[in-house]
Design a protein around this ligand. Structure first.
Ligand SMILES: Nc1ncnc2c1ncn2[C@@H]1O[C@H](COP(=O)(O)OP(=O)(O)OP(=O)(O)O)[C@@H](O)[C@H]1O
Length: 355
């Protein structure tokens, strides 16, 4: 769908893209990077709107240097910035954009009505855009990107400015564009977690350089850790497993346990049974895409199946004296001398990275 070789974009004070070589197949593809990572620059170059300083790229097999017009005929574009005229209705605007793409008047009106319905704008489509909410404006931008029935759409930060419910609706729309209409999607975001839900493949760039490009399953492969939840007695179980040499730490309501072979499962089962606890959950943890950023600047990225080093939790401290009759991990005094509850790593992500 898209292939770049050594794509570089130098502005006077910054290199927005730095020798970027990447290829992605059709499907819903996420392009992720922090603000300023070079996402919008890459989209402008792929649309043939801006020549790169160096390198080559093709989109749908078309050369960005020579075939920009053909690319833009086949690719829809939802820009990040606010670009809508305030005093016309969504219907008028989307019909106009369809006409600009070469559709005859009747077909343009029909396509505009269909597309606006798909994106969830109904009666409001006859009102001036200036009175729309951010969510409605994002839908209009999406509709104009789809109205000429493109093979591929570039969606630049489509969830920007939306509240959580609006974000979920937009993500569902994007998922449907790929799954139901068969249109390939390149969607940018600086929020990794949201792309994990809808993308087949995620490309991560950082400072204009390629950090990773792989299928979502490769990012979220099962880790070598288990999440265990019991109704009550989390620390009883945690302490017992720790005393048995299991690498375990508390995280929120859960215990996170490194799998050291089949015996780990047996120890958990026996612990739950012997202590008379009620087991709510025992499942293998999956990696989150966020871990790529947590690990990329420090160490090798996590490989599928490779256990993460356990965060230090209450059971990872030097073994506390097991006090007979003391059911939970010992309270730690703080600076004021007040006892504190057992340390909990739930405020940090894997490897202690802030969530
Ligand atoms: N026309 C330009 N002239 C000079 N610098 C530019 C220009 N366009 C982009 N840049 C710079 O290039 C870098 C990448 O910008 P770009 O907009 O591509 O990032 P982005 O990943 O899309 O970020 P955001 O999510 O904030 O839009 C930034 O440092 C930006 O300031």
């Amino acid at each position: 769908m898209i292939a770049t070789q050594g794509l570089t974009m130098r502005f006077p004070r910054v290199t927005a893209l730095d020798d970027l070589t990447v290829a992605v197949e059709p499907g819903v593809v996420g392009l992720v990077g922090a603000n300023g990572a070079g996402k919008s620059t890459l989209i402008r170059i792929l649309l043939g709107l801006q020549p790169p300083s160096a390198g080559h790229a093709t989109v749908l097999g078309l050369d960005i240097a020579r075939e920009g017009v053909q690319i833009r005929e086949q690719v829809g574009f939802m820009p990040e910035f606010d670009c809508l005229p305030p005093d016309v209705s969504a219907t008028e605007f989307v019909v106009h954009m369809a006409r600009m793409c070469g559709l005859p008047p009747t077909a343009a009106r029909e396509r505009a009505a269909d597309t606006l319905r798909h994106v969830g704008l109904y009666e409001e489509r006859y009102r001036p855009i200036g009175g729309y909410s951010t969510g409605m404006k994002q839908r209009v931008k999406l509709a104009q990107a789809l109205v000429h029935d493109p093979k591929l759409v570039f969606l630049d930060e489509p969830t920007n400015g939306l509240d959580p419910a609006g974000r979920d609706e937009m993500l569902e729309l994007i998922r449907r564009i790929g799954a139901e209409f068969g249109i390939s999607v390149l969607v940018t975001s600086h929020l990794l977690g949201e792309l994990e839900r809808i993308c087949d493949h995620v490309v991560i760039i950082d400072g204009g350089k390629l950090l990773r490009s792989q299928a979502v399953e490769a990012y979220t492969a099962a880790s070598g850790m288990l999440t265990v939840e019991v109704e009550e007695g989390r620390d009883l179980l945690g302490q017992r497993l720790y005393d048995q040499g299991v690498s375990v730490h508390p995280e929120g309501r859960f215990l996170v346990i490194d799998i050291a072979g089949e015996s780990t499962y047996d120890l958990i089962r026996d612990g739950v049974a012997d202590l008379g606890l009620r087991l709510v959950r025992l499942e293998q943890r999956r990696h989150h895409i966020e871990e790529v950023f947590a690990t990329s600047h420090t160490a090798q990225p996590p490989q599928p199946g490779q256990a993460q080093p356990a965060a230090v939790g209450a059971y990872g401290q030097p073994p506390p004296p097991a006090m007979p009759g003391q059911p939970t991990a010992p309270a730690q005094p703080d600076a004021s001398g007040q006892p504190q509850p057992p340390q909990d790593s739930s405020a940090t992500g894997p490897q202690g990275a802030p969530r």
